[in-house]
Design a protein around this ligand. Structure first.
Ligand code: ATP
Ligand code: MG
Length: 201
């Protein structure tokens, strides 16, 4: 094939593509707080949220985090982010796991947790609110989804909310602006490798 001809066609194609991309960028000019849901069985939900926290802090934004299932208290993310000036870090899930097998207690803990989150959702100084592993209180019926969505919808207009956890309810995904489902194609744990510092905790 003649080389100059190929280059010319590539240039024309790229020029056309640039026009399409520029037009899409120009029409996507809306600025508002987003609701993001990171769900699915694959690894990467919480760590994606922590990545966005780092981005937000890099812009000098204030971030509130609520973790709803306390698996362990020695995670790298808590050690690092709770030391940062603009971060408020709450562990609200303490005491409820499948091990408690106590619906009344789990429900009460979740409701107390939601009261804390509700304050975050009423505070315009908090520009990013992260609800880590929050799909579980919804999935297990410890919290009423309509109440939760109502409080989220009434948050300050520029505040972003990120929710992580497996099995996000349909209604939550419908309400979200961005929904990402992580696929579990392969995970080291299945090969008998235990959680590794810096990767899993
Ligand atoms: P991460 O915090 O690594 O982003 P995650 O939030 O997507 O993971 P969770 O369901 O919250 O996943 O599980 C947290 C822990 O379980 C992490 O240690 C993670 O590496 C591990 N994990 C996540 N997905 C899987 C999987 N498919 N199989 C085994 N372990 C997993
Ligand atoms: Mg997680």
């Amino acid at each position: 094939m003649d080389k100059p001809d190929r280059e010319e066609r590539h240039r024309t194609r790229m020029k056309r593509k640039k026009e399409v991309v520029d037009k899409a960028i120009a029409s996507a000019g809306i600025e508002r707080g987003l609701l993001l849901v990171l769900t699915g069985n694959g690894k990467g939900k919480s760590s994606s949220a922590f990545g966005m926290i780092a981005r937000a802090l890099g812009h000098g934004m204030s971030v509130s985090v609520a973790q709803f299932i306390k698996g362990r208290s020695d995670t790298g993310e808590e050690a690092f982010f709770s030391q940062q000036n603009n971060v408020t870090w709450h562990v609200l899930g303490e005491g409820f796991t499948w091990e408690t097998q106590n619906l009344v207690r789990d429900t009460e803990t979740a409701q107390r947790g939601w009261a804390v989150v509700k304050k975050m959702l009423q505070d315009p100084s908090q520009q990013l609110v992260v609800l880590d592993e929050f799909t579980y209180p919804l999935k297990f019926g410890w919290l009423d989804i309509t109440t939760v969505l109502n409080d989220i919808n009434n948050r300050p207009p520029m505040q972003h909310v990120i929710i992580t956890g497996r099995g996000a309810p349909e209604l939550l995904c419908e309400a979200a602006d961005t929904v990402t489902v992580m696929n579990d194609n392969k995970h080291a744990f299945q090969a008998g490798i235990t959680a590794q510092k810096g990767i899993d905790l």
